[in-house]
Design a protein. Structure first.
Length: 213
């Protein structure tokens, strides 16, 4: 897990990276754009769901990107999604549900953070089929200042190499179909569309990549 260039460093994530990685999640949380203005009532709402459990349950496959300013990206992977999501549901979400009661009332009046709190109680988890082909999953987010330097490609190469080394036959990821830049990025890495679920703001596109035997 080496350094790709002098001004940026890729390293294994540490427990004390949690606040910084939550900030990256927030600043890329509006379909790749800065979501800070949308989550003013709870800036960590996204990070608790999309970053925290990976740092907790699969730290060996958690990378951060940093520059002289601080952490500006992360790449997170899971070797086997089923046991990960089991722990996510039984351990991680159980605690979040204690801290954040399920929202009530008219959902059209909820803030994005309140909608995220609802997601803590009703997570939409989909495992693309055939599961045996794509049991691993990953996701990556980079702040704008870290984009355009092929750092995302480097981080993905490291994670995909680790998954291969650990014996994974393939990996999937979930993304918002409106994030065209991300779709182009994953396509260049060899990911192909598996399935689309939902519609509108809740639409999700699943992509997959099989490793050569």
């Amino acid at each position: 897990m080496a350094d790709p260039c002098p001004s940026y460093r890729i390293r294994a994530a540490r427990p004390d990276d949690r606040p910084a990685t939550y900030r990256v999640c927030l600043e890329t949380g509006d379909a790749g754009r800065d979501g800070t203005s949308l989550f003013q009532d709870d800036p960590e709402a996204l990070g608790r769901f999309y970053v925290g459990p990976y740092l907790q349950f699969e730290p060996r496959l958690a990378l951060v990107l940093e520059d002289d300013t601080g952490v500006c990206g992360y790449a997170l992977a899971v070797l086997d999604s089923r046991p990960f999501y089991r722990r996510f549901e039984e351990e991680w979400l159980t605690e979040l549900r204690r801290q954040f009661p399920e929202p009530s009332g008219d959902p059209t009046t909820w803030t994005p953070a309140r909608k995220m709190h609802w997601e803590y109680h009703h997570p939409s988890i989909h495992l693309p089929k055939p599961y045996a082909h794509y049991p691993s999953h990953l996701h990556i987010d980079l702040m704008p200042r870290a984009q355009g330097h092929r750092l995302g490609v480097r981080m993905m190469d490291i994670l995909l190499g680790e998954l291969r080394r650990l014996g994974s036959p393939g990996v999937h990821l979930a993304m918002h179909p409106g994030n065209h830049r991300a779709l182009h990025f994953y396509g260049k890495l060899g990911f192909t569309e598996l399935i689309r679920t939902g519609a509108g703001d809740s639409a999700t596109l699943y992509l997959g990549l099989r490793f050569a035997a």
